[in-house]
Ligand binder design. Sequence first.
Ligand code: EPS
Length: 332
Amino acid sequence: MLNKFRFLTAGESHGKCLTAIIEGLPSGFEIDLDFINFELKRRQTGYGRSSRMEIESDTVEVTAGLSHGKTTGAPLCLVINNKDFSEKPPFNKYRPGHADYAGSVKYDIELRDVLERASARKTAIEVAVGAVAKLILKEYGITCTSKILQIGSATADFEKEIDKAKEKGITLGGKFEVVFKNLPVGLGSYVHWDRALDGKIAQAVMSIPAIKAVEIGENPLTVDGIYHDEMFEENGKMVRRTNNAGGIEGGMTNGEDLVVKAVMKPIPTMVKPLRTVDTNLCECEAHFERSDTCAVEACSVVAESRIACVLVDEFLQKFTGDSKKQADYHYK
Ligand code: EPS
């Protein structure tokens, strides 16, 4: 099935800029650039980020698709310029856990060229796209938050844990939770495997660099007692008193909060290098260059954005229209 809200991105970590083209936006939606920039700032902050974040101050430029601040129905083109636009030196020592080895075998290119596109830098433009999706969802009262659940083995005092890792020259992964509120019932479908919303969300979150696990709702193995969310009647409405399902039943939203959790592994570029081989198969220590000690907080913002893109696509398929007026009509 063709997505309604589609986008492509281009750009390298130290290239001139990052670009996205979004297709499928109905006309008449206001695009608040301050909100997009606020989201970009959120992605750049968080304890444990690298010094690259002190160089960049990500802001978006819209080069097409807007008239007087509103969408026109034409593709929306977003650009973020890289301040650290420079040719970086080549390297030949694979970093275990990064895309270096498989990427260079697959495309028959230098490790530097793999790093440049494999870098999580490209998530900046994805967050800009996600901010556009969030702006549309917000028009219908749908909001989103996220929080960190764990950094390394710590469930509190995250900064201390990150400081300790930095001293040791290692990096830390973690676990976070994203929640969307006020979703209508029936986004996604049970009729085909590729229309199930939980499947789409899992793909969107799992493909963020360094994500190793995605969970929707409570882990059924850790819930004490009955897992499923019983239904009751209150003031003529069906209500639930638990949300173990995380807002999805049968691959569709069920009107409860959508709760997605994800686990990020430690970033594989480390001051204390791993053992590896170089491109001549000589054993050595892995390549090191500037990297984050911990980027879990940034990753939660990226996950919010990716999920927002999946939800807005479903939303615009269900409440379809070429203009906001038509979408509003179908929503009502
Ligand atoms: C990142 C920008 C990158 C890295 C990081 C994420 O910038 P640079 O390579 O110039 O330091 O800091 O990416 C990784 C560590 C990685 O392994 O992908 C960003 O903007 O998020």
